[in-house]
Design a protein. Structure first.
Length: 475
């Protein structure tokens, strides 16, 4: 039996208080393939009440009890792994190979990292006659995006539970089915009733209600900077903690001593991965001015190797972007690059020639982009790379930091000491040197308008805890 029209509240699947549905669109066909129920304030009230009631006992559970619970969740997740991958592939258009090897894998990896972090986490510390203790903050509203569904769900749910919190999750209404599968996993794993709750719906009707709810103690939000501002303003009336992971326009500095062809190729791959729909994608490639045309030739070849097509084919490298809204935005920004005078190296407006339906975008590279151009400043969230020139190292650092965002930065150099020096000057929450492997124990989050707070492993657990000083505790 499908749970697509149900919510998960207080340990059971329930119908919405006021029935209302929303079609879920397959972005490869532009057609609805299922529908979900969308909630209202009444559904949020039910879910928050369940989480509040459960918090009293769950907050008192031991580390060992929470570890056992998370290990059981991981066991069931692994058993439902293919269901997760298939759901993600259909709801957001991710190629099935990518859905398995990156999207579903990310959920597993973050669950494993949270378990390891909880095993070692110190919840108390003695400082003289004071005992400093870290306690669960309470009921947490978790609002997650469509571009990395299970990555962001597990990045929030797992550490919140590790900390002893109870949660209400609102997945993106654009890509909600993987969230429903995750709720089924939590139910099968035996999560105590009220500890995990799921309500589907829109941002205004569910997300904002959660953010402003007086019985919610914390909001953890991942999404656009525009939406994050709304969440923060809504939460401010009840002075609750807000952790945000927002937009990005990440620079990729290729220093003169880098393995140039390799660095450019991998920079294209990094920008285009997930059809360009990653908040930390290296979308601004900075190259030495005298090697700009060389970079364009390498980038053109690398971009044109990204075959775009049916997500169901194991050979497809790029699927569609997620929605008509995103497709239209990307087309507008590609057109702005052309009209503002950037060099169109490859790609451009419209669909790839062999595709006449679906939200498919031509992998696009712009050269001779200058810092004031729209493509250099706005987050495009599609397979569009802007290549920019710099004169020297200090100029590269200046251009890289000239953005309202600060989620990630990338530095390529054969000289690790030089790479580290440049990294130290980046105003970004994560700096990646020479395309390292994904580290799920590194802190993840942004500077400036890319947000606040940190996710992954123990960093995330910390964000779901309050700090109490018991003074006069004794020696």
């Amino acid at each position: 039996m499908s749970n697509h029209l149900n919510f998960y509240i207080d340990g059971k699947w329930v119908s919405p208080v006021a029935p209302a549905t929303l079609d879920v669109i397959d972005p490869s066909t532009e057609e609805a393939y299922t529908a979900i129920s969308v909630g209202s304030k009444a559904d949020v009230d039910r879910a928050v009440a369940a989480a509040r009631a459960a918090f009293a006992s769950f907050s008192q559970t031991s580390r060992e009890e929470r570890l056992a619970l998370l290990r059981k969740v991981l066991e069931v997740y692994n058993r439902r792994y293919e269901d997760v991958a298939q759901a993600i592939s259909q709801e957001m258009g991710a190629p099935i190979t990518w859905a398995r090897e990156a999207q579903a894998w990310a959920g597993r990896a973050h669950m494993e990292s949270t378990i390891k972090a909880l095993e070692d986490y110190e919840f108390s510390e003695k400082r003289g006659a004071t005992m400093v203790v870290k306690e669960p903050i309470g009921v947490c509203a978790l609002i997650t995006p469509w571009n990395w569904p299970l990555n962001q769900i597990v990045c929030k749910v797992a550490p919140a539970i590790a900390a002893g919190c109870t949660v209400v999750l609102k997945p993106s209404e654009i890509a909600p089915i993987s969230g429903i599968v995750f709720a089924e996993i939590m139910h099968e794993a035996g999560v105590p009733k009220g500890v995990f709750n799921l309500v589907n719906g829109t941002g205004p009707d569910v997300g904002q209600v959660m953010a402003g709810h007086p019985d919610v103690d914390m909001v953890s939000f991942t999404g656009s900077t525009r939406a994050g501002i709304i969440v923060a303003k809504t939460a401010a009336d009840t002075v609750k903690r807000v952790a945000q992971e927002l937009g990005g326009k990440s620079p990729n500095i290729i220093l003169p001593d880098a393995n140039f062809a390799h660095a450019v190729r991998e920079g294209v791959n990094g920008c285009f991965g997930n059809s360009g729909q990653s908040c930390d994608a290296p979308t601004r490639m900075l190259v030495p001015a005298e090697r700009h045309d060389e970079a364009l030739a390498v980038a053109k070849e690398a971009a044109e190797a990204h075959n775009v097509g049916d997500p169901r084919s194991p050979d497809t490298k790029l699927g569609p972007v997620v929605s008509q809204l995103q497709y239209d935005k990307i087309q507008r920004l590609i057109e702005s690059g052309i009209s503002e005078g950037a060099t169109l190296v490859t790609g451009g407006p419209g669909r790839p020639e062999n595709l006449n339906r679906g939200y498919y975008v031509r992998p696009t590279v712009f050269g001779h982009v200058t810092p004031e151009m729209t493509t250099a400043r706005e987050e495009i969230f599609g397979p569009v790379l802007s290549i920019m020139s710099y004169q020297d190292e200090e100029d590269a650092i200046r251009i890289a930091n000239d953005t309202v965002y600060g989620l990630a930065a990338y530095v390529q150099s054969e000289n690790i000491e030089r790479a580290r020096r440049v990294a130290s000057k980046m105003r970004a929450g994560s700096v990646y040197l020479n395309y390292p492997e994904w580290d799920t124990f590194a802190p993840f989050g942004g500077y400036k308008q890319s947000g606040n707070g940190r996710e992954y492993a123990d960093w995330a657990i910390h964000d779901f805890l309050e700090i109490k000083g018991i003074v006069g505790y004794g020696e």
